[in-house]
Design a protein around this ligand. Structure first.
Ligand code: ADP
Ligand code: SF4
Length: 680
């Protein structure tokens, strides 16, 4: 197939200073939890993006000095020459597919605690650092500023010798020293680097000029600038200082990479933002500069991309998450296979890896982070090893992905689903407030399967054990999912809560099915991810009196890792949900519940006609129990094996498909990256 001519514009080369991007698909810098600790994994992952057609592929933020290091988080490093080979490996992988390699040198100043190097952080002013740590940054003096400029030059020279084509100067995300100097509320200096905007921009200008002087003959110099902090007039804004900074420096860099700040605004989830949510903040930039402009906005639609270019908003279509969910997005457009794009759902499971310091995972792309250590390719998979049949029971994310990947391998697959709808929990949860894009997990797989003659799907087919066996499939896969528990057992209550059977309890599944609670509703969140917050939002919007009780200090506590917590709490508070943190729920009566303080054990009662415990899910095990002794090849995947994230269910389905018929691996089932042991 060939591409639709209306997408031709996306495949035009774009000159960026001394280099030329082969097309307009631009993977902006993004963290990945691999960085310096899992360098081969990181390099392979970037190479796969280039193979998939991204014309420019960047690193994550790259620490330029031991005086600014984020130990704990796993970023890339360019502290000295010994870091060059890691990054050169990444560059080679990208160049092998004709892409340009970019690097984002970063000095985080008051954004890093330096717990490993034990250097005192430094910034424009003497202030506490941004992290919740007992550390203050010192004010940079003139010698520090000189040394800081040299650090950038040294890093740029190393980047050039590693082979990079594009080298950033990074003043974004409320996170780097260069941005901190720009911000009037962080920079209280009275010298030539503080006060007026011209003075606050001085260091950024100097570093751009230094970098150009050092490597600008062969490398393009990109500036990443947060043009709006989304603080209104209180901060940098696109109709205020953000615009003025671009005006001051308009023609200085070779490329403008512009976005909103902080990271939680830049990488907003689909629950709180639509595709293109940054466009109104960044569209002014191209009116000021003749240099190419790249921006992001969770773009997955080629029509949107074309319109951004044609309307003169962007020259390059920036993407982090869309390139994670589908490293082959550009190739699919180029090959006229737009419907094969695996669209990002905007859930930020990928982001959580950075906070939790492990290799990145993606809900939509189960191969993410596995490219090197397991040799998994997002588009290719080994053919089947035998002419065998597989029966998969349950068409949630686990069953769907197993069916899709087994179908791709050539197996003869039957997928039986009890209900009249594909998708399982994804279908259910995508109907909760703000989650409609999550449906893409099912949509992508449903379409792929519909194109495979060797995969048959049967809806309205609740299978019993006998029916499963009558099928005589060579392999039986159970992906029957889970149900929310209603007893209150969970992290806080190891036994069922007293009174759970008194008739006032409703389960999450009943609420999702549309059943209506009565009277004052209490939601007990002992799960800490998104579900309790969503149920609270849904019921409050429907007009119920809702109290949210949780042992954690805030609502949906784990969503700090997806950068949504603050927005969720704000939304619930504005909706009028009453929030009682730091309490467990210990007894249920007919018209009230007992709450116990997690510190003092003090008990108080609040009115409750309906209690909704959100604490744990029970795997659906009936079918497994009935088949365990009777079936030869029987495997559970996804939530019926152990309830977890949708990402874990998709991974479970994919893993089963990859491993079927392959020799069993003993020991660690992936390649490891170990540090070198010193000689002495
Ligand atoms: P997972 O996240 O593991 O994919 P889900 O709960 O999303 O799990 O999906 C499980 C799916 O399995 C649901 O759509 C459910 O209707 C279906 N299912 C459960 N039991 C059976 C059964 N006995 N026969 C067919 N389908 C089933
Ligand atoms: Fe998109 Fe979620 Fe994948 Fe991140 S984890 S790329 S937000 S689908």
């Amino acid at each position: 197939m060939t591409r639709d001519p209306r997408f031709d514009v996306l495949f035009e080369p774009v000159k960026i200073g001394p280099v030329t991007a082969p097309n307009r698909f631009y993977q902006v810098p993004h963290c990945n939890g691999m960085g310096h600790q899992y360098p081969s994994s990181m390099a392979e992952m970037r190479g796969v993006k280039a193979e998939g057609g991204w014309g420019v592929v960047n690193t994550e933020e790259c620490e330029i000095s031991h005086t600014s290091e984020l130990s704990g988080a796993i970023e890339s490093r360019l502290w000295d020459d010994s870091d060059i080979p890691v990054l050169a490996k990444m560059v080679d992988k990208i160049h092998a597919y004709g892409g340009l390699a970019g690097i984002e040198p970063a000095h985080l100043g008051a954004g890093a605690a330096n717990n490993y190097s034990r250097e005192i952080p430094m910034g424009p002013a003497a202030r506490p650092i941004d992290l919740y740590e007992p550390v203050q940054a010192r004010r940079m003096d003139k010698a520090d500023i000189k040394a800081f400029r040299k650090m950038h030059v040294d890093a740029a020279i190393r980047a050039k010798s590693a082979g990079f084509d594009i080298v950033y100067v990074y003043a974004g995300h409320d996170m780097t020293t260069l941005m901190h100097f720009l911000q009037a509320d962080r920079n209280d200096r009275t010298d030539e680097y503080g006060g007026s905007l011209k003075n606050r921009v001085r260091l950024l200008r100097e570093v751009i000029e230094d970098t150009k002087d050092a490597i600008g003959d062969t490398c393009a110099i990109a500036v990443r600038l947060a043009v709006d902090e989304m603080l209104g007039k209180g901060g940098i804004s696109s109709d205020g200082e953000g615009r003025e900074i671009i005006e001051m420096l308009a023609e200085l860099p070779d490329l403008w990479d512009v976005n909103v700040s902080g990271w939680e605004n830049d990488s907003a989830t689909s629950r709180f933002s639509d595709e293109g949510y940054q466009t109104d903040y960044i569209r002014f930039v191209k009116q000021i500069t003749t240099k190419p402009v790249v921006g992001v906005g969770r773009f997955t639609s080629p029509d949107t991309m074309v319109s951004l270019v044609n309307k003169g908003v962007l020259d390059l279509i920036g993407a982090a998450r869309p390139s994670i969910a589908d490293p082959f997005l550009p190739k699919k457009i180029e090959e006229g296979r737009v419907e094969d794009i695996r669209e990002c759902i905007g859930c930020n499971i990928c982001v959580s890896a950075d906070f939790l310091s492990h290799p990145m995972r993606c809900t939509q792309n189960p191969t993410m982070g596995e490219e090197w250590r397991k040799g998994w390719h997002p588009e290719r998979i080994a053919p089947k090893t035998a002419d065998e049949t597989v029966l998969i029971v349950g068409a949630g994310p686990a069953g769907l992905e197993a069916a899709r990947a087994l179908g791709q391998r050539g197996y003869d697959v039957t997928l039986a689903e009890a209900t009249d709808t594909i998708g399982g929990r994804v279908h259910t949860e995508s109907q909760l407030p703000g989650l409609s894009q999550w449906r893409r997990v099912a949509d992508y797989r449903e379409y792929q399967i519909s194109q495979m003659a060797n995969v048959a799907v049967y809806l309205n087919s609740p299978l019993t054990a006998d029916q499963v066996l009558e099928f005589e499939a060579d392999h039986i896969v159970l992906s029957t999912g889970s149900e929310w528990d209603t007893t209150g057992i969970g992290r806080s209550n190891r036994r069922a809560i007293l009174g759970h059977d008194a008739g006032t309890v409703m389960g999450v599944d009943a609420i999702c099915a549309g059943e209506k609670p009565t009277g004052p509703v209490v939601i007990f969140d002992d799960d800490y991810y998104y579900m309790a917050g969503l149920i609270a939002e849904k019921l409050r919007r429907e007009g119920h009196d809702v109290t949210y009780v949780t042992p954690t200090p805030d609502v949906s506590h784990w969503t700090h890792n997806t950068m949504e917590q603050s927005r969720i709490q704000t939304r619930l508070m504005k909706l009028g949900v009453k929030i009682t943190p730091l309490h467990t729920l210990t007894r249920i009566s007919s018209n009230h519940v007992d709450l116990t303080c997690i510190y003092t054990d003090a008990v108080h009662q609040i009115p409750c006609a309906t209690l909704i415990p959100v604490a744990m899910r029970n795997p659906r095990e009936d079918l497994f129990s009935a088949l365990q002794e009777r079936a030869t090849s029987l495997t559970r995947i996804g939530d019926c094996y152990a309830p977890g994230t949708i990402a874990a269910a998709v991974y479970g389905g994919h893993r089963y498909a990859r491993e079927l018929g392959e020799p069993a691996v003993t020991g660690v089932p992936f390649r490891r990256e170990l540090p070198l042991l010193a000689d002495d």
